[in-house]
Design a protein around this ligand. Structure first.
Ligand code: HXC
Ligand code: NAP
Length: 263
């Protein structure tokens, strides 16, 4: 059930980087259902086209790599040209694999930092002069930004960087009326992220046991947070990171790891 009315985002344009699957696709679908014109972008063109078809309503599916500034700039320009100035930009592209630091090459570490952190800088830097007045930006971060997690050195470092980037951009761009916030999802059912972090029913159980709400989240629940942050109800909210995680990040990191869960 949603508290938001059906035409909440009518007349608005949203660009979702990494919006071709999982949580970010769920956000894009919800924005479209609330009346926004939507563009999603990912590396794989077929996946982007399928996502656009799934969203419907003339959504654009664009292919680009957020690590390449010229590529993401071109995708953002195409979205603005076809759909209008960007009211909403979500940066959610991410990569992850489970490995200890000693099992990670310099390029493995760099790859995740490049996608998550540098990619978020690229998306936000490249979209700035394509924004509509009072635009709202959201970066998708993770609990690893705050609580260290073994086998996740790259993600912890990248997402911590994203959290600070959100705050700095909120300060620098607030005077122009641009709001910049983050969402930190907890373990979300049925996603690629959780398939990598929790590959067995046993690991799912261990993770669930330490979540205060005692369950994984749903893609649709993260999408509701993403609607709130871009809505007029959040007009005085900037530089914040909204945990949509059932309380997952509460408590001590060592308890989490002792329970056998990585997230
Ligand atoms: C060690 C690994 C590795 C692994 C890749 N590498 N997988 N090292 N263990 N399991 C190394 C490679 O050997 C290589 O280093 C370097 O990483 C780059 O690998 P490529 O395959 O060339 O990179 P690329 O094709 O760009 O793919 C990026 C990727 C891939 C991150 C490796 O998995 C990907 O595209 N992921 C996107 C989807 C995804 O991860 N979704 C989950 C997001 S969830 P060398 O030295 O050999 O060149 C998420 C979780 C947040 O972010 C927290 C949730 C709670
Ligand atoms: P996902 O389904 O793997 O989605 C990742 C998206 O990013 C895809 O659209 C992917 O498409 C795109 N992408 C990856 N690398 C890219 C690149 N270099 N350039 C452009 N696009 C790229 O992941 P998810 O599990 O739903 O996670 C979504 C977000 O939520 C991520 O930011 C993740 O860190 C965060 N998060 C997830 C969880 C969870 O439980 N899943 C928890 C906390 C935080 P292509 O592969 O075609 O490029």
């Amino acid at each position: 059930m949603s508290a938001f009315k059906d035409n909440l985002l009518a007349g608005m344009t949203a660009f979702v980087a990494g919006g071709t699957s999982g949580i970010n696709l769920g956000i894009a679908k919800r924005y479209a259902a609330l009346g926004a014109k939507v563009a999603v972008a990912g590396r794989n063109p077929e996946k982007a086209a399928n996502a656009a078809a799934e969203i419907g309503g003339g959504a654009l599916g664009l292919s680009c790599d957020v690590r390449d500034y010229a590529q993401i700039r071109a995708a953002l320009e195409e979205a603005k040209d076809k759909l209008g100035p960007l009211d909403i930009v979500v940066s959610g592209a991410a990569g992850n694999f489970v490995a200890p630091a000693l099992g990670m090459s310099a390029n493995g570490f760099k790859t995740v930092v490049d996608i998550d952190l540098n990619g978020t800088f690229n998306v936000f830097r490249a979209c700035y002069d394509l924004l509509a007045p009072n635009a709202s930006l959201i970066a998708i971060t993770a609990g690893q930004a705050v609580n260290p997690s073994m086998m996740q050195a790259h993600v912890c470092a990248a997402k911590a960087g994203i959290n600070q980037l959100i705050r700095v951009l909120a300060m620098e761009w607030g005077p122009a009326g641009v709001r910049v916030n983050g969402i930190s999802p907890g373990p979300i059912a049925g996603t690629e992220g959780m398939a990598r972090l929790s590959p067995t029913p046993e690991s799912d159980k261990a993770i669930t046991a330490r979540i205060p709400l005692r369950r994984f989240g749903q893609v649709e629940e993260v999408a509701e947070s993403a609607v709130f942050l871009v809505s007029d109800s959040a007009r005085y909210v900037t530089g914040t990171i909204l945990d949509c995680d059932g309380g997952s990040q509460l408590g001590d990191a060592r308890d989490r790891q002792a329970a056998g869960g990585l997230s």
